[in-house]
Design a binder for this molecule. Structure first.
Ligand code: PBG
Length: 328
């Protein structure tokens, strides 16, 4: 008790504070998302996400030369006229994402390439699966598409596939297909606990993937639920996921920390588009220093249990960490 115990003794000098640092973030912990569009020399800004752009495949080689972290997550964003009821472009062998994988791997073979596996950017209606006659999502028919999409990405050179559609059985269906076609080394990073969150708003603008009717509450988890998220995540583990993910990150740190205690699998957390937009806009408005706020947010996500963090700030963070290292 006080005065024998004084916690401030641990905080007296910079060196002592650094000795006692329990969580540090490095470039190895970060994954940078990228939005890929068809065409040539196309570079489009995204309204709610200043600093993030959609890029055509031909620009990826030079883009990837500037990537400072070691892993990227690819989202394909086809043009409106390529979106179909049956999401056929999602499984096209020479499609947007296979081209993007090749472009990045050619320019930077050292970068680990992860691809998002979901139909929402490829369906004309914007839902994450193909539809039944009553317009609800047909879970079981969607599994075949997700398995094929994963196989196509693996064949194009993806190191990991990240199924994000929250279809039941998607991890098992994908693992089975990858094994059958010989892609034993392709990992599955499962968006295991993915919430029906309004924090995806800017992403849906970025990926042109907002549902044209209804919402995603019949397949994504309700924000109020924690036990259900743990069960959903542990089912993905049982189905053969190599990694589990919690998404969004900051408002769901309790889920992340509890999942950390329930599994020995590595965990990812996704600092989503809305979190990026909040940090960006609040910094622009002078509410706080951007760099301090972003580094604090990432440190806290890691402290809560994430091994890796997917963030649109990945490159900026690497740059800031380099500057800090140069100063010491
Ligand atoms: C695809 C998908 C979404 C995100 C990642 N994969 C959107 C959604 O579920 O509506 C969101 C990422 C972000 O907001 O940054 N289903």
């Amino acid at each position: 008790m006080y005065p024998q115990s004084r916690m401030q003794r641990y905080r007296t000098t910079e060196t002592i504070r650094r000795m006692l640092c329990e969580t540090s973030v490095t470039a190895d912990d970060l994954i940078l998302p990228v939005f890929v569009i068809p065409g040539h020399a196309r570079q489009e800004s995204i309204n709610a996400m200043p600093g993030v752009e959609r890029l055509s495949v031909d620009l990826l080689a030079s883009w990837s030369k500037d990537v400072l972290c070691h892993a990227v997550l690819i989202f394909g964003v086809p043009d409106e006229n390529e979106k179909k009821e049956d999401a056929s472009q999602a499984i096209a062998e020479g499609g947007l994402v296979p081209q993007a994988i090749a472009a990045i791997k050619t320019a930077r073979p050292d970068i680990t390439v992860i691809t998002d596996i979901c139909l929402c950017a490829y369906t004309s209606h914007g839902h994450c699966g193909v539809l039944c006659a009553d317009s609800s999502v047909d879970n079981d028919r969607t599994l075949e598409m997700l398995a094929r999409m994963s196989e196509v990405h693996a064949a194009a050179g993806a190191d990991m596939v990240a199924p994000s559609g929250m279809m039941d059985g998607q991890v098992a269906a994908i693992r089975e297909r990858l094994e059958k076609s010989g892609f034993h080394k392709t990992s599955i990073m499962a968006y295991a606990a993915k919430y029906a969150s309004c924090f995806y708003g800017p992403f849906r603008d970025a990926a042109h993937s907002a549902p044209s009717f209804g919402d995603r509450r019949s397949y994504q988890i309700a924000p109020a639920n924690r036990r259900q998220a743990l069960r959903d995540a542990l089912l993905d583990e049982a189905e053969g996921a190599d990694w589990l993910m919690v998404k969004p990150a900051m408002p769901y740190l309790d889920v992340l920390s509890e999942l950390r205690r329930e599994t020995t699998l590595p965990l990812a957390a996704y600092q989503v588009s809305g979190e990026y937009a909040m940090l960006k806009q609040a910094s622009k408005a002078g509410a706080f220093d951007e760099r301090s706020a972003v580094l604090e947010s990432i440190t806290c996500i890691k402290r809560a249990g994430a091994d890796v963090i997917i963030t649109y700030y990945a490159n900026d963070i690497c740059e800031w960490l380099r500057q800090d290292a140069d100063k010491r």
